[in-house]
Design a binder for this molecule. Structure first.
Ligand code: NAD
Ligand code: UFG
Length: 344
């Protein structure tokens, strides 16, 4: 297909896996990233997998004239997959303006240029965080959006509104994808999640503890109203997630979308507790984790998993990977990191 796909945040965790998936489908693409939470070496790692280093523009999407120059330079852009954002929930509570500025100004700049340069199709990274603690499980796309628990979560809600209103008043079409909990790494062990500093999320915390980088994993609460008392999440493999982005952009490029703006859940439909995740990790890797049960973490949702029917039906997409496989690839990646894979 002629024309390029832009992947913003393409040096990051989910973006890099999506770049690989797009490349494997034969798409020509260009990555925009300011590397605030990633490293350019990830593009070299992508090249090891695909045989081709993606075109790359180091650019802060908050720089409006920079974004316009980008669209002037690349005049054959077909669609945009927009991953670029800051994503640390706790940090967003501490520095809300940093989050509102980065995540919203970048989106507005992108939409403005898309309008101006006649680029129609946008896929946006949203999050199941917009549902808060849903009243019904599994949660489907019709569930109400609840008041955000953090400035980060609020940027996702506001971004969805900005996109929906822009679509209503322009020729832009968009799909918001609400991810559940992305984990795992590419099966090659060459790309994966690269948390800066101490990770916030469970699986990088598990793998860093297992490798000895962190002394102990804390399990945040075992007194929830769940079978084993620990929180339940819908962990989805990052490669499955990447595949859904290819399907979503193709849906619009091929005029298959039912409406100019659509929203889909991306999950497996299965929930696992923190303890089940730990036990599965120990089983598939043979590593005993040093962990202790501590108090609850502020703002945590008790349990959430996706109703995937709508995405399965409309996108013709289904998450395939099971939890044990996701944890195996996450572990392979952690071991490769420890072996200095990025330093070579
Ligand atoms: P990531 O931090 O690995 O990737 C985001 C990338 O965007 C980074 O490479 C960063 O350098 C870049 N970036 C940030 N601000 C930018 C700016 N102003 N200009 C240019 N580049 C910028 O994060 P990820 O886990 O790959 O997440 C991708 C998207 O998915 C984000 O929008 C995130 O909010 C969303 N999301 C992630 C999760 C998750 O658990 N990982 C869950 C739900 C939604
Ligand atoms: N957990 C621990 N110990 C840890 C880290 C996490 O017990 O060291 C627990 C949490 O309490 C939670 C579960 O593991 O019960 C999952 O926690 P994560 O931080 O991995 O994931 P969350 O569901 O809390 O948050 C993630 C993203 C957010 C996003 C949210 C909803 O980090 O950005 O999903 O999409 F907003």
């Amino acid at each position: 297909m002629a024309g390029k796909i832009v992947v913003t945040g393409g040096a990051g965790y989910i973006g890099s896996h999506t770049v690989v998936a797009l490349h494997q489908k034969g798409y020509d693409l260009v990555v925009i990233d300011n590397l605030v939470n990633s490293s350019e070496v990830m593009l070299d790692m992508i090249a090891k997998i695909t045989g081709q280093r993606p075109a790359f523009e180091k650019l802060d999407l908050c720089d409006e004239s920079g974004v316009r120059s980008f669209f002037t330079k690349y005049d054959d852009i077909k669609g945009v997959i927009h991953f670029a954002a800051l994503k640390a929930v706790g940090e967003s509570v501490e520095y809300p303006l940093r989050y509102y500025h980065n995540n919203l100004v970048s989106l507005v700049n992108l939409l403005r240029s898309m309008e101006e340069f006649g680029v129609r199709d946008l896929v946006f990274s949203s999050s199941c965080t917009v549902y808060g603690q849903p009243d019904q499980l599994p949660v489907n796309e019709q569930a109400p959006v609840k008041k955000a628990e953090s400035p980060y979560g609020n940027t996702k809600q506001i971004s969805e509104e900005i996109i929906e209103e822009t679509v209503r008043s322009s020729s832009i079409r968009a799909i918001s994808l609400r991810y559940f909990n992305p984990i795992g790494a590419h099966e090659s062990g060459l790309i994966g999640e690269l948390p800066l500093g101490v990770p916030n999320n469970l699986v990088p915390f598990i793998t860093q503890t297992a490798i000895g980088k962190l002394p102990k994993l804390r399990v945040f609460g075992d007194d929830y109203n769940t079978p084993d008392g620990t929180c339940i999440r819908d962990y989805i493999d990052v490669n499955d997630l990447a595949g859904a982005h290819v399907v979503a952009i193709e849906r619009m490029l091929r005029e298959k979308n039912d409406a100019p703006y659509e929203v889909f859940n991306l999950g497996t439909g299965k929930g696992y507790s923190v303890m089940e995740t730990i036990k599965t990790f120990e089983k598939v890797t043979g590593v005993n984790l040093n962990y202790e049960i501590t108090g609850r973490r502020a703002g945590d949702i008790e349990q959430v998993w996706a109703d995937t029917k709508y995405a399965n039906l409309k996108l013709g997409w289904k998450a395939e990977k099971e939890l044990d496989e996701m944890l195996k690839t996450a572990w392979r990646w952690e071991k490769n990191l420890a072996a200095g894979i990025l330093d070579k």
